[in-house]
Design a protein around this ligand. Structure first.
Ligand code: AMP
Ligand code: MG
Length: 350
């Protein structure tokens, strides 16, 4: 299959290209498109066959449900049963990087929801995503536009590398602003359970919801035979080719550990900007300043792809904090590292 690449500047959206891409979607085809979180692999959310094509193109198990993307928060009502808490969340955070799980309506085939009677709904803020959904005239089901087992794509090149030849079209709109997938919440009245952390933090949700519980699988591995709240939790997540080890400890001690590691082994290091001057440039990836979690989120998936290319025997990265946006970084990294954390202690303190 030849994949048509549409290069679109998000600040000067060409209506003709959007019309063509929307036509592909209406005809049952697949188009990848940028959102403010990561790129999505889109198909008509009311078309079971399009959903099947999405699973096939990604190599994703078909019981792992898709998020449907709507042009406005109100449009969710066509596909899902909304409620007061949804509306309050929508007022506060939509359009934006928040996905809410709601009871599904008949308009959404069960192929899209992996057989569940709930559906995940999101209204993205990216101008290209919004223009495309509006022009398609229907919700767009879209998981992240990577091959299953790769990191989510945070720029057009990632999508082209993973999916070229496997889908009808790719809209390349440059870098995604956030770079991590949306926050996912499940509602029980005014109580929310955070299933996947993202740029809308637990603290932000707590300003709207009566209570916010973080699902244990966000930070811990699933226990054997545990039934996950979200099917995606049970799948092996992206893991780099080389083992990834997350380092925890005093900043100076971790830096001196990394300095020694560079002399002892063929390691790739995801380091903070402040550390670059103390480390050798070979297999060194700057993920942003220590306190700048926004930049770290923005660069994480590109850094992991780069780490695979650099082909070290082991990859080191810092263990992120678990508060604020840190929780989203922690969740992605702890799974990519298969929960391998090394507590670095001073060699001087015995
Ligand atoms: P992705 O499409 O790659 O962004 O992943 C979407 C995530 O949303 C997966 O982890 C799914 O398991 C989760 N998800 C989608 N729909 C539902 C649903 N109805 N209930 C619970 N989790 C869902
Ligand atoms: Mg994904």
């Amino acid at each position: 299959m030849t994949t048509k690449i549409f290069k679109i500047d998000p600040e000067r959206i060409a209506p003709q290209a959007i019309a063509e891409a929307a036509e592909i979607l209406r005809a049952g085809g697949l188009v990848a498109f940028p959102t403010e979180t990561v790129y999505g692999l889109g198909g008509d959310a009311t078309d079971a066959q399009a959903a099947q094509k999405i699973y096939a193109a990604k190599g994703r198990p078909s019981d792992n449900p898709l998020i449907i993307h709507v042009a406005s928060p109100e449009e969710a009502e066509r596909y899902a049963v909304t409620n007061e808490t949804y509306r309050r969340l929508a007022d506060a955070f939509m359009p934006g990087p928040l996905t809410v799980i709601l009871p599904k309506r008949e308009s959404i085939p069960s192929a899209v929801t992996g057989g569940l009677d709930s559906v995940a709904v999101r209204c993205p803020s990216h101008p290209i995503a919004r223009a495309l959904i509006r022009e398609a005239g229907v919700a767009i089901a879209a998981p992240s536009a990577n091959l299953s087992g790769s990191p989510s794509p945070s720029c057009g090149d990632h999508v082209i590398r993973d999916l070229s030849g496997r889908i009808d079209g790719i809209i390349d709109g440059g870098d995604c602003e956030i770079g991590l997938e949306s926050t996912i919440v499940k509602l029980d009245g005014a109580h929310a359970t955070l299933l996947r952390p993202g740029a809308i933090t637990a603290d932000a949700l707590a300003c709207v919801c009566e209570s916010v519980a973080v699902a244990p699988a966000v930070t811990e591995g699933l226990a054997q035979n545990e039934r996950p709240l979200s099917p995606g939790m049970k799948y092996k997540h992206y893991a780099p080719k080389a083992p990834l080890v997350l380092l925890e400890g005093d900043a100076d001690e971790v830096l001196s550990f990394l300095y020694r590691a560079q002399n002892a082994e063929k390691c790739t290091i995801l380091c903070y900007s402040e550390e670059t001057e103390y480390l050798r440039g070979e297999r060194l990836i700057d993920v942003g300043a220590r306190e700048d979690l926004v930049t770290q989120a923005h660069t994480l998936f590109a850094a992991l792809r780069k780490a695979d290319e650099l082909d070290g025997d082991i990859i080191y990265a810092h263990l992120p904090p678990t508060d604020g946006l840190g929780l989203a970084l922690y969740n992605r990294l702890i799974r990519a590292a298969a929960h391998t954390v090394l507590r670095v202690k001073s060699s001087l303190k015995g």
